[in-house]
Design a protein around this ligand. Structure first.
Ligand code: UDP
Length: 394
């Protein structure tokens, strides 16, 4: 690759003409550097990457996965850093190190005459901001919620990749003017989750101990309904004070039990045995893997009607959508009206890994047959000029 005096890539990204029609694409998947794939416990993005890689390889694509050490996959795995970093999620030190090494490897593959057809980025912000520097079209899945602080970032960098939203709700909250190529939901391999129609008496809350996930609200709803609650999830860096002040005082080992971070069979059994999973969201949840995992086990979801819960939960059919803890407690009393079989079907119909992979294949084809770079660069410049002129409100 050539670089000009300012260090910018000057090589034109002219498309390999055959890429869009070849059955097997060469795909570079960039996972975040925090947690190995598949995750042993917490790790929604890593669970998604695991399923997509397996399915893409099974479909004959040639997939290289850049991910944290410890990663296992049918794809060619290339760990780039010395260790995983589960305790410093989001740290620029590790993210920039990881993405830079991934981009170097992608460049080297091109220089060696084995170029990738598409890069699929699932990492945070660095890869999207720098996507213009690699000689391969980039697809970037938007895994986070849009918040006001990130609007200017997406305004400046969103055009550098084909953006994929993970729910219609997330798309609705995108900054005005942001071009999103497609909505492709997160996948689940429904057959890998145990189904139980006869439930135990407890309610389940599962997630990271962040205020946005609403553990205290779940505790309150369970208390109002007079039911026992199991809380599962890690207390991540920065969450200790919240946990100590708002969650821990309610844990009595009887009505409210905290079982820490769970994974594997234990997690699956917790889902399958629960009378319902409580999801009292305090943010516009962009997707929420815990909802589809619960439903796959035939366990209804009672969620606050926010974010993607309004798509995943079909009110009265696979769970209930409520406004607050009081309504949640009333919904708990009505759980008998929800059929566990329908819960499982409701995710198989919409989020099974085959359906989701079809969606991404279409996006990859779109990426590999995109307008050649010179024209794209002109459009990008036009967009930046419009932003600079303030014609887009971000
Ligand atoms: N999870 C887990 N063990 C725990 C708590 C959570 O394995 O103790 C997993 C959960 O099964 C899900 C993911 O972590 O796959 C959380 O993903 P979600 O999209 O619900 O939330 P996020 O934290 O990514 O916003």
């Amino acid at each position: 690759m050539e670089h000009n005096a300012a260090g910018h890539t000057s090589a034109l990204r002219l498309l390999r003409p055959d890429a869009a029609c070849r059955p097997g694409l060469r795909v570079a998947v960039v996972a975040p550097p925090w947690i190995a794939v598949p995750p042993a416990g917490y790790g929604g993005i890593e669970a998604v990457i695991d399923l997509l890689c397996e399915e893409f390889v099974a479909r004959g694509h040639d997939v290289t996965l850049f991910a944290a050490p410890g990663t296992q996959s049918s794809a060619h795995v290339q760990p780039l850093l010395e260790s995983a970093h589960p305790d410093t999620i989001g740290a620029a030190l590790h993210e920039s190190d990881h993405v830079s090494a991934a981009f170097d490897a992608i460049d080297e593959a091109g220089e060696a005459g084995r170029p990738f057809d598409v890069v699929h980025d699932h990492s945070g912000f660095t890869a999207l901001a720098m996507a213009g520097r690699v000689d391969v079209p980039v697809v970037h899945t938007l895994h986070g919620a849009f918040v006001p602080e990130t609007a200017a970032f997406y305004g400046r960098h969103g055009h550098k990749a084909l953006l994929v939203a993970i729910s219609r709700s997330q798309l609705e909250h995108a900054p005005p003017g942001l071009q999103v190529a497609a909505v492709v939901a997160n996948p689940i391999a429904v057959h890998r989750w145990p189904f139980r129609s006869r439930k135990d008496d407890y309610l389940l809350w599962i997630g990271r101990m962040d205020p946005v996930k609403g553990a205290p609200e779940a505790i309150e709803a369970a208390r109002l309904a007079g039911r026992s609650l199991v809380l599962a999830g890690p207390v991540q860096t920065g969450q200790a004070d919240f946990f100590r002040e708002h969650v821990e005082p309610h844990i009595d080992g009887r009505r409210v039990r905290y079982v820490g971070e769970v994974g594997g069979m234990r997690k699956q059994e917790l889902y399958a045995g629960a009378a319902a999973t409580l999801v009292p969201l305090r943010w516009e949840e962009p997707f929420g893997m815990v909802m589809v995992e619960s439903l796959a086990c035939g366990t209804p979801v009672i969620a606050f009607a926010r974010g993607a819960a309004t798509e995943i939960v079909i009110d009265g059919e696979n769970g209930m959508l409520v406004a607050d803890e009081t309504e949640m407690a009333h919904a708990i009393d009505k759980l008998d009206s929800i059929d566990p079989v329908r819960c499982r079907e409701s995710v198989r119909d919409r989020y099974d890994v085959a359906t989701v992979t079809d969606g991404y294949e279409a996006v990859y084809r779109q990426a590999t047959s995109r307008t050649p770079l010179p024209e794209r660069m002109l459009k990008a410049h036009a967009q930046v000029s419009r932003l600079a002129g303030g014609s887009l409100t971000l």
